[in-house]
Design a protein around this ligand. Structure first.
Ligand code: FAD
Length: 448
């Protein structure tokens, strides 16, 4: 009997699927933004999809996979960008969506990691609170996928990134062993599993901090030139302005955002923001000081009634999605600018690449200070030109986090995180979790 057949026998009573089309779709995430990854991962698929409905079933799945030495790839909403939940060595995809319990407390939430982030936000809002940050994939992504695969996002301008102390205060991890254990991580130890792509344990539950809910307004400000939009963005990075989102968007995006009509015309560059109602007047005054004007300021209900996209779906990596819907010739890059942010350096890049790159900049708080990063669209010719563009940007002193690679280290992390590898030896001693995603794990480490 094959290992997978034996595994299936052990999983009797647990929801399993082996339909090839379903397996193929559950082996995909949003790596199709990258033509390089699309080619690299085109044949990668799992043998089995397993959907545990509770912790008992999850424990049975972990034990059986360890016993039969079957590779395991965890899946939340499948919105990651780098093939993070695409299995490199077949095996089992464990979909976490049914482990989605939420308990809201004053100032915090305890949440199972299969919970969709938007549902957590709704539960927090029902108590007059809100989550600190979310990816623009709020409606599809899970909180587990965010901590295991994400970085920060909408809300980071106010609260920093996931890694910042106090934003996530506790994580519970189930080990992938014949007899799975639950390990609790607190404080700095949380970093052992944050952004580890599910390679070193199943994150089952976490405690996240909540803030008092604000009445956010979706705002577009227009500027006569991208440099003016950047100058405004830099000036608006202050704790005096209550913001949840601050993104400058070049006018070249307007053809992809036609629903906004005169609110975002092709004649102007824009800043998309989420501004708390009590800060709107100060925001507008600052826009005017920078020669701009506010073209739209709407409540959630207003945006919905007008059939418009919320501001957070016009920023971060949703920009790429919006553009790709109309023009498949784009791909993207991820850049972090040296601090303090230099507008001259940013504008030098804007001018250097002309129409080859379409810019938007994200203003954010991270590790205690304000900073600027960018996820620009890049016109795709071939992989070699992509490397040339990356090198040319780096030669101008700007850090590129490669979005066209599958390992943690070649992408955002840059170096092997030995604390994460040491934790993998504890939580995944047989080296079965998401194989091929970390260069830090060597074959000799696996307990046979
Ligand atoms: P998945 O894609 O399902 O998984 C991501 C990784 O986490 C995989 O390696 C998976 O194996 C692992 N994983 C999933 N669940 C668990 C678990 N319980 N335990 C351990 N490992 C697990 N990211 C940001 O950080 N900020 C953004 O603003 C942002 N914007 C985005 C916009 C768009 C349009 C897109 C397509 C992506 C964006 N992303 C962003 C990336 C992604 O949406 C987020 O990181 C999201 O939170 C991932 O959640 P998910 O449930 O979809 O994770």
């Amino acid at each position: 009997m094959s290992r997978i057949a034996a595994l299936k026998q052990d999983l009797a009573g647990i929801e399993c699927h082996d339909d090839p089309a379903l397996l193929r779709s559950k082996s995909m995430d949003f790596h199709w933004y990258s033509p390089v990854l699309t080619e690299l991962l085109k044949d990668k698929t799992a043998d089995l999809l397993v959907v545990p409905k509770d912790m008992d079933e999850l424990g049975r799945v972990a034990a059986a996979c360890a016993r039969h030495r079957v590779p395991v790839t965890l899946r939340g909403g499948g919105t990651g960008n780098y093939g993070q939940c695409t299995p490199m060595e077949r095996g089992v995809i464990v979909e976490m969506l049914k482990l989605d319990g939420v308990a809201i407390h004053p100032g915090s939430a305890t949440v199972q990691t299969g919970c969709i982030i938007g549902r957590l936000e709704d539960a927090a809002r029902a108590t007059g609170q809100e989550i600190l940050m979310f990816p623009s994939t709020l409606t599809d992504a899970t909180i587990g996928g965010f901590i295991a695969g994400g970085f920060g996002g909408v809300g980071s301008i106010r609260h920093g990134v996931l890694k910042d102390p106090g934003n996530v205060t506790r994580i519970q991890v189930m080990t992938l062993e014949e007899e799975p254990r639950l390990i609790e991580l607190h404080g700095a130890d949380i970093q052992k599993v944050h952004h580890a792509y599910g390679t070193n344990g199943i994150i089952t539950e976490m405690d996240v901090r909540l803030a008092p809910a604000e009445d956010w307004r979706h705002v577009i400000a227009l500027f006569d030139g991208y440099e003016a939009a950047l100058r405004f963005g830099v000036a608006a990075m202050t704790p005096e302005l209550p913001l949840r989102l601050l993104s400058s968007i070049e006018r070249g995006f307007a053809p992809y955002y036609t629903q906004f009509g005169h609110h975002f015309p092709e004649t102007h560059d824009a800043v998309f923001a989420l501004v708390a109602a009590q800060g709107l007047a100060a925001f507008e005054a600052l826009v005017e000081q920078h020669g701009g004007r506010v073209s739209l300021a709407m409540t959630d209900a207003g945006i919905q009634a007008a059939g418009l996209l919320p501001a957070h779906e016009c920023a971060y990596n949703h920009t790429t999605l919006m553009a790709l819907k109309k023009d498949k010739a784009w791909t993207y890059m991820q850049l972090a600018f040296p601090q303090p942010f230099s507008i001259a350096q940013a504008m030098d890049l804007v001018q250097a690449f002309g129409h080859e790159i379409l810019w938007h900049h994200e203003f954010s708080l991270a590790y205690g200070s304000y900073g600027v990063f960018a996820i620009p669209l890049v016109s795709y010719f071939d992989a070699a030109r992509l490397v040339e563009v990356k090198e040319a940007i780096e030669a101008r002193g700007v850090n590129v986090f490669d979005a066209h690679v599958v390992t943690i280290e070649d992408g955002g992390m840059k170096t092997i995180d030995t604390a994460q590898i040491d934790f993998k030896k504890v939580a995944d001693p047989h080296g079965l979790m998401n194989p091929g995603k970390t260069r830090g794990w060597l074959p000799g480490y696996a307990v046979p």
